[in-house]
Design a protein around this ligand. Structure first.
Ligand SMILES: NC(=O)c1ccc[n+]([C@@H]2O[C@H](COP(=O)([O-])OP(=O)(O)OC[C@H]3O[C@@H](n4cnc5c(N)ncnc54)[C@H](OP(=O)(O)O)[C@@H]3O)[C@@H](O)[C@H]2O)c1
Length: 274
């Protein structure tokens, strides 16, 4: 999609904003001169202006005046205040507001903006920091297809993007939003087991993390289902079979499913302010 006539404005210049800007610059979707960020922290503004060549300003109003594609990247508890401040300056006919703030619904974004505002909710994950994010997005009441396509293009510069219906957003948080932590947890367990078998922690970590990376790449490159790939490395009565039987006996699969359900449920609770 051609975004060359658009200006991207990020409200809050933290880690996720940085990941998005780096992706957009790297993919040449927009040059740094067509982006502007705001942050209360001087150090963050300096990083954007000196290292990335992106104009960085202290107030959100300045971003709102300069950009038409906005992305709200502050913490969820700061959302209402930031939007109320922007409301008088937000131009419904010209601007779209995207938000990556966890648990903040499109209805809540719309409530704090002028009537008819076009909003988009996006849930990325931290691998966006290394250009391998998995994001989902959905529109609000007034969002147009062209708005969704613009934000799909922006977030595709730092990973993959799926379009979903808004009620799925809590499940997205449970699966891919919190997902990287489940894999870190698995690697922690693999490293502990490796050390117990005699590896140094560094060796065990190298082996475990490469194993995850390689397995994920096999899934993507071959397009084969995970159970098929697993079957192919499981010889009858061999080591993998012994390990998987142990996992099955301990009900690990159903425990992982229960953990993801719990994360999605927690996301729903947070959305209701609990
Ligand atoms: N990290 C993730 O995995 C992830 C995944 C999906 C969604 N998200 C969402 O992404 C959002 C940002 O997360 P993050 O990890 O990038 O957080 P972060 O690094 O803390 O970024 C937020 C930035 O906004 C600044 N800020 C605070 N108040 C502000 C204001 N009124 N106006 C402008 N800037 C302000 C903060 O400065 P101070 O630090 O000085 O307050 C900070 O630099 C959150 O809403 C989170 O829910 C994060």
């Amino acid at each position: 999609m051609d975004l060359s006539s658009r200006t991207l404005g990020l409200l809050g210049a933290g880690n996720m904003a940085e990941a998005l800007v780096r992706g957009v610059i790297k993919s040449k979707l927009l040059p740094p001169q067509r982006m502007v960020v705001s942050d209360v922290a001087e150090a963050r503004r300096q990083l954007f202006s000196l290292e990335l060549g992106v104009r960085a300003v202290p107030t959100n109003r300045e971003v709102c005046a300069a950009a038409d594609l906005l992305v709200l990247c502050v913490k969820p508890q700061q959302v209402d205040e930031v939007l109320e401040d922007l409301k008088p300056a937000f131009d419904v006919s010209r601007q779209v507001l995207g938000s990556i703030c966890a648990g903040v619904t499109s209805a809540r974004l719309e409530r704090h903006l002028p009537a008819g505002a076009r909003v988009i909710r996006i849930m990325p994950n931290t691998p966006m920091l290394v250009g391998l994010g998995a994001s989902c997005l959905c529109g609000g009441k007034h969002t147009r297809d062209e708005d969704l396509r613009a934000y799909e293009a922006l977030f595709s510069s730092a990973g993959i993007v799926l379009r979903v219906e808004e009620p799925m957003m809590d499940a997205v948080t449970g699966l891919s939003g919190s997902g990287p932590a489940y894999l870190f947890y698995l690697v922690e367990a693999m490293v502990e087991a490796g050390v117990a078998e005699g590896f140094t922690p560094q060796q065990a970590l190298q082996l475990a993390s490469r194993t995850c990376l390689g397995a994920a790449k096999m899934l993507e490159d071959t397009g084969l289902a995970p159970d098929e790939l697993r079957r192919r490395v499981t010889s009858p009565n061999g080591t993998t079979q012994a390990a998987v039987e142990r996992l099955d006996a301990d009900g690990v699969k159903s425990k992982v499913a229960a953990a993801i359900r719990r994360a999605a449920e927690r996301s729903r609770e947070l959305g209701k302010g609990q």
